[in-house]
Design a protein around this ligand. Structure first.
Ligand code: BES
Ligand code: ZN
Ligand code: ZN
Length: 487
């Protein structure tokens, strides 16, 4: 899909169809040519309501206000209607004057995120004919925002949403096809982007490194594990080293603490944290951000078999700590423990891990929201600001000393599950905390994306299936940091 920005007025752009947002139910804008027809069919222009008047090539979408996520949703609704048509070209006016860059990004992201479809396994697909979207800058206040700035905003939005869609494609792919080796191959391919290098490690390296927790999770899988280490080095001197760590469980059956059938379905999505880490690195490299960025992914399956790790096993992680296994379904934290130890050897200024770690996080915050955990409130607030701009939903889950005590083990340094059934998202993060060394405590955030990573029923601009959770908020955060001089 080719997206163009032009100085031309909407009337002067040649396109087969036009998209018009009706903002705050105000039908009086000069772009709205079908006021009476719309009223006659009882179109109220509620937020997320849309209609196609095919004969005249008009698409109207309700939009409560011009906040960026409203625009994203509205653009995605327009794309949904366009899918039913054979239009090849469409034009749209612009709706914002003060925060033009942000609005432009939202518009473009809505189009690209909304147009994603997972068709890999379909024998027949409906063709999507749209080739060109032209955005008119007619109503932008040219004094405050130049067309060049808008062009940059468009380019970054395109990179960010394409990286998000790339993560969705990885997560949606079936576990038989998407093995740790496949994940490593996809990571390796990113080295075609300038500044990106990749190291892939197999089980021998994990043994040498003493990663007994990661290895235990892999034991009953027929697919060997991979530790993926991607690096993006900017051309100019880097201001900061940011390390992302992702849970890359290409399948989580629960292991011997087997999941009930209904809960096992969709566990191909347990690689979402890893996919997000790879997509962030891809996006950051394409945006040419001025930071040294690493993505560390622990890729393995969690399966059953005669050689499976068991409840009662005692594992030794890379940092020497022993772990009593009481539930093999709490496997993500075991893989992350070793990956986090490895990540800290890079001496990061910022350490972010992302994982579909707990069902408890979904219970706590709902399916739409990422749980944010860590010690540094300033970092959390920076992330909230970026997340709000990106349209991703986040919320804080606080640590406390009582929850920490629930991970005590009678026979090892720590148990892999809490002794209480409450507060499971936080106790999982507190387990990880045992593998964060003192100098990095304040540099670390844990993002539990178990809710939003995989969507049962479509919402907003997200299709059912993978959403690419974590990609946009982190890329927005990195962009904000680069604008603020990397402090
Ligand atoms: N991958 C799951 C968490 C999950 C659940 C992700 C639902 C997405 C949707 C994780 O490995 C797991 O099974 N966690 C257990 C932990 C428990 C055994 C302490 C859980 O949440 O039940
Ligand atoms: Zn599990
Ligand atoms: Zn899992």
């Amino acid at each position: 899909m080719n997206i163009k920005i032009t100085n031309e007025t909407l009337e002067n752009i040649n396109a087969q169809a036009v998209i018009v947002f009706i903002v705050n139910k105000n039908f009086n804008h000069s772009w709205i040519k079908h006021k009476y027809a719309l009223e006659a069919v009882n179109f109220k222009a509620e937020s997320e309501e849309s209609i196609l008047l095919a004969e005249d090539g008009y698409i109207y979408v309700g939009c409560a206000n011009l906040a960026s996520d409203e625009l994203r949703i509205a653009a995605a609704k327009a794309v949904k209607l366009l899918r039913q048509t054979s239009y090849k070209s469409v034009k749209i006016g612009s709706y914002m004057e003060t925060t033009a860059n942000e609005s432009m990004r939202a518009l473009i992201e809505g189009f690209i995120l909304g147009s994603y479809e997972f068709t890999k396994y379909k024998s027949k697909t409906e063709p999507f004919n749209l080739e060109e979207i032209t955005v008119s800058t007619q109503s932008y206040n040219q004094n405050t925002t130049t067309v060049e700035e808008l062009q940059n905003a468009k380019n970054s939005a395109q990179i960010i949403s394409e990286a998000t869609n790339w993560a969705k494609e990885i997560v949606n792919t079936a576990p038989y096809d998407y093995t740790p080796v496949q994940m490593a191959e996809d990571a390796q391919k990113l080295t075609s982007i300038e500044g990106v290098s990749c190291k892939i490690f197999d089980e021998n390296f994990l043994k040498d490194q003493g990663m007994g927790a990661f290895l235990a999770v892999n034991r009953a899988s027929v697919h060997p594990p991979r530790l993926i280490h991607l690096t993006y080095t900017p051309k100019e001197k880097s201001k900061k080293r940011v390390v992302f760590v992702g849970k890359g469980l290409t399948y989580d059956s629960g292991g011997l603490s087997l999941k009930p059938s209904d809960y096992m379905v969709s566990m191909k999505a347990d690689k979402s944290g890893g996919a997000a880490a790879m997509a962030i690195l891809k996006g950051a490299a394409k945006l040419r951000l001025p930071f040294e960025i690493h993505a560390i992914i622990g890729a393995t399956e969690n399966m059953i078999g005669g050689n499976a790790y068991k409840p009662d096993d005692i594992l030794r992680a890379k940092n020497g700590k022993t772990i009593e296994v009481r539930n093999t379904d709490a496997e993500g934290r075991l893989v992350l423990a070793d990956c986090l130890c490895y990540a800290q050897e890079l001496n990061p200024d910022l350490l972010i891990d992302m994982a579909t770690l707990t069902g408890a996080c979904v219970v706590a915050l709902g399916e739409y929201t990422t749980g944010v955990m860590g010690y540094n409130d300033k970092l959390k607030h920076e992330l909230y600001r970026a997340a709000a701009q990106s349209g991703e939903l986040v919320n804080n889950l606080s640590f406390n000393r009582y929850l920490k005590k629930l991970l005590k083990s009678a026979i090892a340094d720590i148990s892999n599950i809490s002794s209480s059934r409450y507060g499971g998202a936080i106790t999982a993060a507190l387990f990880l905390d045992n593998f964060i060394e003192e100098p990095y405590k304040d540099k670390w955030l844990h993002l539990d994306i178990a809710g939003p990573a995989y969507i049962e029923k479509d919402w907003g601009y997200n299709q059912s299936g993978a959403s690419g959770a974590g990609v946009r908020m982190n890329l927005y955060w990195l962009m904000l940091q680069s604008q603020e001089g990397g402090k």
